[in-house]
Write a protein that binds this ligand. Structure first.
Ligand SMILES: *[C@@H]1O[C@H](CO)[C@@H](O)[C@H](O)[C@H]1NC(C)=O
Ligand SMILES: *[C@@H]1O[C@H](CO)[C@@H](O)[C@H](O)[C@H]1NC(C)=O
Ligand SMILES: *[C@@H]1O[C@H](CO)[C@@H](O)[C@H](O)[C@H]1NC(C)=O
Ligand SMILES: *[C@@H]1O[C@H](CO)[C@@H](O)[C@H](O)[C@H]1NC(C)=O
Length: 396
């Protein structure tokens, strides 16, 4: 049962909520509150989900950064040709385990009975939080667009991001633990411990690092998701040095002190609006207001993630579901700013990583978009393509 206080405090929204048996669907969330999606087409439950997870992280022989000068030096040394730093810091494997509060938002189509047959599991990338999937208005919000199609969506802030827990950014917030948390959440969605609903189908939908994590899930736990939608993703990582350099990473607690007071210095963030544009946008394919939104809500990245991301991308021969790869035409980190040179890099993912993916697998290039597809004018067309993939493969 929800504390009456929580319901009372949000009485206006709860009254507007069309979700029947609200308390039942709020199962698994602490301090759940009802919220509407940006465009009002989805009725959502948001709160913290305690997630038990453990993983073999890597001990990193790295402390600090002591100050911004040291942080910048780390990035410079990480990106240099024949870099030795990434290998030098890697120590022994260590078992990290705990129960982490993960802030999540489960959205149902507004005004109809919750669709409990299938859920889309949305994992955001670097520089964003879960609001990447519910950005700005009905024209851009993936969760709105999905609700209009009758789909249920589940978005969450990755560990160390947004309203989720912020543990040690060097030793704890690393790729292996994030994979384990995603796996645990998917098991909870399937078992009924979230929303008192045993979702029989789960579709993994990622963006950028979120797609790399979704790829890792398909490789390590091939039965976790019935289908995978990998956006802002390919096997060409040659643009990543330029991407990381262009973000102009700074210590979040020092440079954006109002939003990240007291955060450990291993949490980094893009310094400026220009850096944000450089990494995620492509003009003239976006409205300036969307860059303002991205800058106003920009999120952190950890040194632990920087040093463990290279372990992520892997072949998933055990995955036999369908995949859909969706890239902005001018994606910087995964296409070096052109997804069609020297080949269609979205199309190439299946051959490179998914030898046994189902024949319904497909790909899509979102015209005039950069890496942050959801923030561009072509977002709606990309969503329409994804939903067609979902329908065609019986994933709804
Ligand atoms: C880590 O340790 C915990 C508790 O000691 C154990 O339950 C878990 O299986 C271990 N995790 C891994 C990935 O070995
Ligand atoms: C850790 O790094 C320091 C220098 O940064 C080095 O002196 C030390 O030997 C390293 N320790 C391990 C266990 O690699
Ligand atoms: C150093 O980098 C160059 C250029 O990327 C590469 O061709 C070479 O194989 C690298 N050498 C080593 C030892 O990794
Ligand atoms: C959920 O939506 C799909 C697609 O619209 C539909 O086929 C399915 O029957 C719905 N399931 C429920 C339980 O409403």
């Amino acid at each position: 049962m929800l504390p009456a206080l929580v319901l009372g405090a949000s009485a206006a929204l709860a009254g507007a909520s069309a979700i029947p048996s609200w308390e039942t669907y709020a199962t698994g969330f602490n301090a759940a509150v009802p919220v509407l999606s940006a465009g009002g087409h989805a009725d959502c439950i948001q709160g913290n989900i305690p997630v038990a997870a453990s993983a073999m992280n890597t001990h990193l022989n790295y402390t600090g950064p002591a100050n911004q000068r040291a942080a910048t030096e780390t990035i410079v040394e990480f990106l240099q040709v024949n870099a030795t730093l990434p290998m030098e810091v890697l120590g022994d494997k260590v078992n990290v385990s705990g129960t982490y509060n993960i802030n999540a938002k489960l959205c149902f189509p507004f005004g109809s009975a919750p669709n409990t047959s299938s859920v889309q599991f949305l994992t955001h990338g670097v520089g964003f939080d879960k609001s990447y999937w519910d950005v700005f208005s009905a024209d851009y919000s993936y969760q709105d667009a999905a609700a209009l199609k009758g789909y249920t969506t589940f978005a969450y802030d990755r560990l160390g991001v947004g309203l989720s827990d912020h543990p040690d950014p060097i030793q704890v917030v690393q790729a292996p633990l994030e994979i384990s948390i995603a796996h645990s959440l998917i098991q909870m969605l399937r078992s009924g411990s979230i929303a008192s609903t045993s979702f029989s189908k789960v579709v993994g939908v990622g963006h950028s690092l979120g797609s790399e994590l979704t790829n890792a899930i398909t490789a390590q736990y091939p039965k976790d998701v019935d289908g995978a939608v990998l956006t802002g993703f390919s096997v060409d990582t040659s643009g990543q040095s330029t991407f990381f350099a262009g973000l102009d990473l700074v210590i979040a607690s020092q440079f954006v002190a109002t939003r990240f007071p007291g955060l450990a210095p291993g949490y980094l963030i893009a310094e400026s609006r220009a850096g944000n544009q450089f990494g995620f946008f492509r003009a003239p394919g976006f409205a300036p207001a969307l860059l303002d939104t991205a800058e106003g809500t920009k999120q952190t990245f950890t040194i632990g993630e920087l040093f463990t991301n290279s372990m992520l991308m892997s072949s998933a021969p055990g995955f036999t579901g369908p995949i859909d790869v969706v890239d902005g035409q001018y994606d910087l980190p995964f296409c070096q700013s052109n997804c069609l040179v020297p080949e269609n890099k979205a199309a190439a993912v299946k051959g490179a990583l998914y030898p046994n993916a189902a024949s319904g697998s497909t790909y899509y290039i979102a015209g005039d978009a950069g890496h942050g597809v959801n923030l561009h004018y072509s977002a709606g067309a990309a969503y329409a393509h994804i939903f067609e993939f979902i329908e065609n493969n019986d994933l709804a």
